[in-house]
Design a binder for this molecule. Structure first.
Ligand code: NDP
Length: 518
């Protein structure tokens, strides 16, 4: 069997030094960082604060004020006023080119303060620099893509047509008004950008509810937005716990649309709440991604490629690979190579040179992953790498070893998303069997086929019950192609990063006009 010589590495850290400006922003002169409502820092009527920490060291980075019912109500009112304005000067009336100019200015300021935003992702989010720098580029790419879409999509009145004798009709497309983005902790800058830019460019005013574990970047972006000249109230940030701040947002009828990214259970619960008062919602949720490796693939090469994705952000990536189905003929060398790749990952603190597997985000996740490792073995998964707690000298983080299991078609030992460097490998007799097993999951975010036979790969990729099908690649995202989930991984809406995303942030009405009777 040929073994490719190209060197495939896991995402890796280069040494990162925290900029003083990041620490100054976080310390805020000794006061907790407030939410941002109408361009002002708000400490919150609940008088409650929480701390955000570096997951790899447990160092407290900042103390943040929690926003409650009163602040959510104030933010909705303020954002609504900014949307409507006085005498036609609301955000909804601002010309597209002016909105684009403000977005461009914000992107420019993000570029100026790149090291601070990288610190948010690396220190607050626990990410290695290779991945964080890639995430940072999404700010510009997302803004540019949606600026183009905003220029192309016609808002306002559509073409008029006669619909009955003496009756004409036309469509009227407009922004929703106040829209909220509820964001998870694993890709804060990316997911804030994916929500905020299309929503703003369509003419909505926004409420951003960052994850409790990673609130700093959204607060910093709001500061830059004020400097860029966004009118007060157009961008508001409401930090706090999901069950408090998030719930208040979901319950407020003044929020016309919610974009939720997170776990299926929370997404389903918010949808039920919103539905009671007619707030529309789109949901981008978790996955349990699969990879099918056909017999013509080089097992060692593909095992390393798949291993890179299994470990992307230590497996804390929604669409990444957690279930592998490999042709039985190459299963043994594949599993050996996968074990060797994962076993070789450098476990360490995320800012230290060479780290490839850092701390998971918090103690709850740490506990859940350890529990999932035990359950996988109890369900019949044969441990190749059994996971467990890892130690990093001098660092008090939530470190875990990678876990890899061999399984068989009749043993469904990996039914739920396990957010770590965690995979099961199942030898199969045919591609069709692999596809059937891949598709039996209720999740459906991303899946891939690995083969030299591209035509066969494409035919299989089209049959995945997933929002994204891939051949010889995984975790693929490109502007202009929808990124969304099927099954419990997605909800209504056109996914993210495409024209339909922009349309999701608008509503269309029909207007009929009849001649005056008589
Ligand atoms: P959660 O679902 O726990 O939380 C997501 C967001 O919802 C957070 O801001 C959270 O706040 C908030 N929230 C929690 N409970 C409520 C509630 N009752 N009402 C309103 N808001 C609430 O997900 P995680 O943060 O743990 O993120 C990981 C999940 O996100 C994984 O399943 C992952 O696959 C998925 N994901 C999906 C992506 C996609 O594009 N499909 C992209 C990235 C992640 P708080 O942080 O305070 O709990």
């Amino acid at each position: 069997m040929a073994t490719a010589s190209i060197d495939i590495q896991a995402f890796t850290a280069t040494t990162f030094t925290t900029p003083d400006k990041f620490s100054q922003f976080c310390s805020n002169g000794g006061a907790p960082l407030g939410g941002i409502i109408g361009g002002k820092s708000v400490s919150g009527s609940m008088n409650a604060t929480f701390q955000t920490t570096d997951p790899g060291s447990q160092e407290v980075l900042a103390t943040i004020c929690e926003m409650g019912e009163a602040e959510v109500a104030l933010a909705v009112e303020t954002a609504h006023k900014a949307f409507i304005g006085d005498n036609g000067n609301g955000w909804k009336d601002v010309l597209v080119e002016k909105r684009i100019a403000l977005v461009n200015k914000l992107v420019e300021l993000c570029g100026r303060d790149r090291d601070i935003l990288l610190a948010c992702e690396i220190r607050d989010g626990g990410k290695v620099s290779e991945l964080a720098t890639g995430d940072f580029t999404q700010i510009r790419e997302c803004a540019e893509y949606f600026s183009g879409v905003a220029r192309r999509i016609a808002m306002g009145e559509g073409p008029e047509r006669s619909v009955a004798p003496r009756v004409k009709g036309f469509t009227y497309r407009e922004p929703w008004g106040v829209v909220a983005g509820i964001i998870p902790w694993n890709y804060p800058i990316v997911l804030t950008s994916w929500f905020m830019f299309p929503a703003l460019l369509a003419g909505n005013t926004v409420l951003i509810k960052p994850a409790e574990d990673t609130p700093i970047s959204a607060l910093y972006i709001a500061k830059l937005a004020a400097e860029a000249g966004f009118p007060p109230g157009v961008i508001n940030v409401l930090p706090g716990r999901g069950e408090i701040t998030g719930q208040c947002i979901a319950k407020h009828p003044g929020v016309r649309y919610i974009s939720f990214t997170g776990s299926p259970g929370v997404g389903q619960a918010i949808l039920r709440t919103c539905d009671r008062h007619g707030t529309r919602m789109k949901r981008e949720m978790g996955g349990n991604g699969s990879a099918i490796v056909l017999s013509d693939a080089d097992p060692e090469l593909v095992a390393r490629m798949v291993g890179r994705y299994v470990n992307q952000h230590y497996g804390q990536t929604c669409c990444t690979v957690h279930r592998v189905f490999v042709d039985r003929k190459i299963a043994d060398p594949f599993i050996d190579a996968q074990r060797s790749f994962l076993e070789g990952l450098k476990i360490g603190y995320q800012t230290d040179e060479g780290t490839q597997l850092g701390s998971v985000i918090n103690s709850t996740q740490h506990h859940r992953i350890l529990q999932a490792q035990k359950e996988t073995a109890a369900r019949g998964g044969q441990a190749i790498l059994s996971g467990g707690v890892a130690e990093v000298s001098g660092k008090d983080g939530f470190y875990l070893k990678p876990a890899l299991y061999r399984t068989s078609p009749e043993v469904d030992c990996n039914p739920q998303e396990v957010f770590h460097t965690f995979a099961t490998v199942c030898p199969v007799d045919s591609a069709e069997e692999a596809l059937q097993l891949a598709n039996r999951s209720p999740y459906g975010l991303g899946a891939s086929v690995w083969t030299q036979d591209i035509e066969r790969g494409v035919a299989l990729a089209k049959k995945f019950r997933d929002g994204t099908g891939q051949v010889n690649c995984h975790n693929s995202i490109a502007y202009g192609l929808p990124y969304g989930g099927q099954g419990i991984s997605g909800g209504p809406g056109g996914g993210v990063n495409c024209e339909d995303t922009f349309l999701d942030y608008t509503q269309v009405k029909a207007v009929y006009v009849a001649d005056y009777p008589g």
